[in-house]
Design a protein around this ligand. Sequence first.
Ligand SMILES: [Zn+2]
Length: 556
Amino acid sequence: MRVLRLLMTVSAVALLSVACAHAPRCDRLFVGGIVHTPGGAQRLEVAVEGGKIVALVPPGEAGAWRKAAKQVVDVSAAHVYPGFTESHGHLVGYGASLEQVDLRDAASFAEVVERVRKAAATVPPGAWVMGRGWDQNLWPGKAFPDDAALSAAVPDHPVLLRRVDGHAVITNARGLAAAGITSATPDPPGGRIIRDASGEPTGVLVDTAADLLAGLVPEPSAADIERRVLLAGRHLTAFGFTEFHDAGTTAPELAVLRRLEAEGRLPLRIYVMLLGSEDALLDAELPAGPRVSPDGMLTVRAVKLFADGALGSRGALLAQPYSDDPGNRGLEVTSESRLVEVIRRAASAGFQPCVHAIGDAAVTRVLDIYEREVGPGGRGLRPRIEHAQIVRPPDVPRFAALGVIASVQTSHCIADMPWAPARLGAERIAWAYRWRSLLAAGARLCLGSDVPVESPDPRLGVWAAVTRRTPEGTPPGGWNPAEALTPAEALAGYTSWAAYAGFEENRRGAIAVGYAADLTIFDRDLTSDDAAEILQAHVVRTVIAGRDVFAAGSGT
Ligand SMILES: [Zn+2]
């Protein structure tokens, strides 16, 4: 026994001396975790120095590292994954949606007022407070309210609260004053200003009357953008994200992101896709070429375009008409000539083209343009098709042949299941959300949510990818389950595959020595055979460059 122990000690010392010729330097040592490395899940201690992973050491062999570590972090049997990336979302739009007060289940007008009062306390006086989802049919009496209670509770902010159907708004005295609506204001054509017995407006504006107010909501200021970036960042890091691919950054947004980066205040890594409809932005950014900030927090090297619209509103561009709308093939959101022009400009500047294409005709068109303008294999530009929702069989192998990445949102599949078959009909529905077909044909994928269209919660994304069922479990066998991903593939979609989509596979997306110390730590195994585990997992810690950006229960 003593000999054995002696041997083990000798081998540990040998290992350490191989790992590090000098005394190790270590800012933080993460101990006690099950670490998901490219070689599999194993108990390892993760040593971090200068924002990078400097050693992965089996427990019991980490004595020198424990001595050297400025801080030892015990993650107590949690599962340590490479830092997650949201591969497609809208950062400022997400922040704006979080600032809107959610009124969907408010059981009384008093509850509406209380929620709006709380929200108003978090934004500067004078700023608009937006909310949506109220329904007076859920309230005692089922009548429209008047603004008195709202105006008393929220005196300093104009308020705009949309009804659940979007066809009416409630505002307060500040909002009525801003719009100049008084007892003397006539009802506009197609709208109604609800009035009390004495003819005074009550704050409820129906249909076109609501436009009197909505037109006043100002374009976001730099301060609004900054606040929304930081708010979105707090939520995203709590969901476990360490990087966000922003699918259409505007010039004012980029200016704020650059300033936050320079001040060390970016809440997570941002991969910018410049909004390709803004010529001035392209003129300003493309000539300088792709850029990554020295700390790796802000990358500008992609351009976002829209080939078509969305399936739900029948805006996705289809080769044949909608099955439930025979005269309609959808919308060409950007002309083919404009797509060609911007893709050509982006490619010659070394920028990655990322084109939104949902309908099968839009996917074919974008693949055709990539083939002509970028060339086979993608010429190192890693062109992307965002969404790639409906892909005709002959187009499936073209993704791999052209080096095109399919940037997919797995939660769209389970959200769209109820109505997508009616839109597409029996044949084409088999071409929808076909992740397994694309992978089997050699395509690369990356996963995201299109937040705020869907929740960014990666547990939902992994669950949808693996089960193709709603969180409630329908349909029981999954919807077209042959197209599902394995848990390991879904995880890769949020980590190593996403890193490839952002040209970062040599420094992010894996837990390996020399890689950025970006970690997403869950309390259970997302790759368990029991899919129910996925939705029950909780993020315990999110780490960017070795620094905690979220720790459960700590308020960070
Ligand atoms: Zn999007």
